[in-house]
Design a protein around this ligand. Structure first.
Ligand SMILES: Cc1cc2nc3c(=O)[nH]c(=O)nc-3n(C[C@H](O)[C@H](O)[C@H](O)COP(=O)(O)OP(=O)(O)OC[C@H]3O[C@@H](n4cnc5c(N)ncnc54)[C@H](O)[C@@H]3O)c2cc1C
Length: 699
């Protein structure tokens, strides 16, 4: 592998996963140390430090760690460096609340990436901090390995690897977070995958004629030529055009693994009649599945996906299918399905938001492969369509997060980085997403004969979508709280289509420029809309903004964060927005002005002003849960929440005497169970997946 290929693979995150094996872990420590030392020799792309923040402490701390000195002394230097870094930083209100819960490394990363994001100092400041983080995690890994704590060693190494990617990127003048955001924007506007766009952007940066690359290349070539690095550090990107291939007579698991690794796309395999594969162990090896009971917050490498691969038995019956979209769309069931229902799903997941993704990732890793995620629009549509593009993925969304459990985790980050991470889960685990397929009807069928054991019955569920009918043993209802927008009274009436087009919600707001807009509401979503429409209060989008709110002041902190309240009032004082306190929209009429159709919004009688004329109306008055489907099934709702066990997700219904009893096969999780946050959606779906996997194993 040449240096350019190595760098591309490293930056794309194709670092080969670790095993709990002390020889491999030791090798990884030595590889990471060597790479850190190599990239330390490359001068920073920005040599000046215009803000003159003294970096002596952080450099001294790093030196102590690298010479195996006193760790506590090194950490003291780090803290001093952090204090200097934060000297002139005024934390915003949201961060002030978060600060006591963060460790020093999290604080440094947050300050560097958020408060110095646009500073000319950024690279000169961030690189030494990230270098220290690598050395710190390596020291931790070495200590853990000495005590034979392999999981702890692995965790420290994963952190070191991630920080090293940043050091390498910063050394080459690349900002990984900015690149992700650019990739997400280009991918959404061009319809290409984000991965494809990221690769293109990396190619642009890894141009051998660029100065930083010229400096890095010989150093990296040296360690690669001298074979000092393990050949199992990164997986190079393969540029193969896989032509269709058929393989017959595969005799065992090893042969099948080899065949698929060598030809991951457009492959048809026929197994020998005597070939018996244990699919759980096979897929664990093929996909590199982690153990959800041992790992938390899994970080997966970028992988070559299996696509259009079909495995059949000796009689031509389908056993396994990775389809054209690289989904594991057909796989064996955990227990024999009844003869009359061979396509029975083990689990149907309704909703492909953070909760549905966590459910599927954890199920797959627990060995449940016969499932499908039914998603109304596209993965993460709540985040994509409702969160503003300016919005941060905030772990403190509804207070300090509880412990995140399971393989899918989250850190405070930008919306783009969060979405990209969610996509990498979908890709790595080959999740079986059925997009644009809303579940319209759900119902329990009369208990059916169980596949394996004679005389026994089991509960089967029927799901209906516009594309067809499906049967499943278990349902995970994780369709969130944003099934339907809450409508204003006048919106519920018969309004003309051209007005309907001018009513915008969620992400539609982001593209409006040079227009008059009335935002309705006074909660955090209304704030996000104002922020986006005014380009962070800079007015660069050229919009004239009104905000209608029925009371005065805003409901703080109930509906609006304190810092958002302060910001809105400040923007009003600066003339960037006009807040129409104590107003309630009553009706909207068309209004012709210079041949242009605009909209006159009337407020209730006696309110001031009586009306405003605008081009767009952005109601930010919330969304509502779509209760109908679950209520019809027989799950009672209490104060807007369905009856279910909030720990396991087990849904309840009423028996003949009016007592709540477990509803066999139905689990309700994520926001749908109890509106909370992304971390809560991850954890509740992990618990339900564990519960369901255990029940399926016993079937
Ligand atoms: C403006 C805004 C900002 C937010 N910011 C944060 C934040 O910073 N941090 C945080 O932790 N939380 C935040 N939240 C909350 C967060 O979005 C939710 O807690 C989280 O999305 C819940 O995940 P979920 O998978 O349970 O539901 P959702 O993310 O809502 O996903 C549900 C999915 O189900 C699909 N669906 C719905 N009905 C059907 C059906 N009948 N059939 C098939 N599919 C269906 C939807 O299309 C959707 O993709 C924010 C919410 C909003 C509105």
């Amino acid at each position: 592998m040449d240096a350019q290929e190595f760098l591309k693979a490293l930056l794309m995150g194709r670092i080969i996963p670790l095993h709990y094996n002390s020889v491999q872990l030791r090798q990884r420590i030595s590889d990471l140390k060597l790479l850190l030392e190599t990239f330390q020799q490359i001068p920073s792309p920005v040599s000046t430090n215009p803000l003159e923040i003294d970096l002596t402490f952080i450099r001294e701390g790093l030196k102590i760690l690298q010479s195996q000195g006193n760790k506590e002394e090194a950490q003291k230097k780090y803290e001093e460096a952090l204090t200097l870094l934060m000297k002139d930083v005024k934390l915003d209100r949201g961060d002030e609340k978060k600060w006591p819960h963060l460790n020093s490394e999290e604080k440094a990363i947050r300050v560097l990436t958020n408060y110095f994001a646009k500073s000319p100092n950024r690279f000169a400041l961030e690189r030494p901090f990230r270098k220290y983080h690598v050395a710190y995690h390596l020291t931790k890994a070495e200590g853990a390995l000495l005590q034979n704590k392999l999981m702890e060693t692995e965790q420290a190494l994963l952190n070191a690897q991630e920080e090293l990617r940043h050091v390498v990127a910063l050394s080459l003048g690349i900002d990984l977070r900015e690149l992700r955001e650019e990739a997400e924007t280009i991918s959404q506007t061009s319809g290409r995958t984000e991965r494809e766009v990221s690769l293109e952007l990396f190619n642009r940066f890894l141009d051998p004629s660029l100065l930083q690359f010229k400096k890095a290349l010989p150093l990296l070539e040296k360690i690669l030529n001298e074979k000092k690095l393990s050949p199992h550090f990164v997986n190079p990107l393969r540029k193969m055009n896989w032509s269709a291939k058929t393989l017959k007579g595969i005799a065992n698991e090893e042969e099948l693994l080899k065949a698929m690794r060598e030809h991951p796309q457009n492959l048809k395999v026929e197994l020998q009649a005597t070939c018996h594969i244990s699919w759980k162990s096979f897929l664990q090896k093929l996909l590199g599945l982690p153990d959800p009971l041992a790992h938390c917050y899994f970080r997966m490498p970028d992988v070559d996906r299996f696509r259009n691969v079909r495995i059949e038995d000796a009689h031509g019956a389908l056993l396994l299918l990775f389809d054209e979209e690289a989904r594991l769309s057909y796989a064996p069931s955990v227990s024999t399905p009844p003869k009359e229902n061979p396509c029975l799903l083990d689990v149907a997941i309704i909703g492909g938001g953070p909760g549905g993704i966590s459910a599927a990732v954890n199920l797959t890793s627990l060995g449940i492969f016969r499932y499908a995620i039914f998603e109304r629009i596209k993965p993460n549509s709540t985040v994509i369509d409702i969160w503003s593009r300016e919005k941060e993925a905030d772990t403190f969304y509804s207070g300090p997060p509880g412990k995140i459990e399971g393989l899918v985790g989250m850190q405070d980050t930008t919306r783009a980085v969060f979405l990209s991470r969610m996509n990498s889960f979908i890709e790595y685990f080959h999740l079986n997403f059925r997009n644009k397929e809303p579940v319209l009807h759900l119902g329990p069928l009369a208990p059916s004969p169980r596949g394996g054991a004679a005389g026994e019955t089991e509960q089967i569920w029927l799901l209906e979508t516009p594309q067809g009918k499906y049967h499943a043993r278990f349902i995970m209802m994780t369709a969130g709280r944003y099934g339907k927008p809450r409508l204003l009274k006048w919106e519920e009436e018969n309004i003309p289509d051209d007005l309907r087009k001018r009513i915008v919600r969620g992400v539609e707001v982001d593209n409006i420029e040079n227009a008059s807009v009335l935002v309705i509401g006074g909660g955090n979503t209304a704030f996000d809309n104002v922020k986006s429409l005014s380009a962070h209060g800079s007015g660069q989008k050229g919009n004239i903004l009104y905000l209608s709110y029925p009371k005065q002041p805003f409901n703080v902190p109930g509906s609006l964060h304190v810092h958002n309240n302060d910001q809105l009032l400040q923007w009003e004082a600066e003339g960037k927005i006009k807040i129409l306190w104590k107003t309630n929209t009553e009706k909207v009429e068309a209004f012709e002005e210079n041949g242009k159709k605009r909209w006159k919004v009337f407020f209730r009688e006696g309110e001031v002003p009586a009306s405003v004329i605008v081009d767009y109306i952005a109601p930010a008055v919330g969304w509502q849960i779509d209760k109908e489907m679950i209520e019809k099934v027989g799950v009672p709702f209490d104060k807007g929440n369905p009856s279910c066990d909030l720990e396991t997700g087990q849904a309840y219904h009423l028996d003949a005497s009016g007592n709540l009893i477990a509803f066999e096969g139905l689990f309700i999780t994520g926001d749908y169970a109890l509106q909370k946050s992304v971390p809560a959606a991850f954890t509740s779906n992990f618990h339900a997946a564990k519960e369901i996997a255990a029940k399926l194993e016993n079937k």
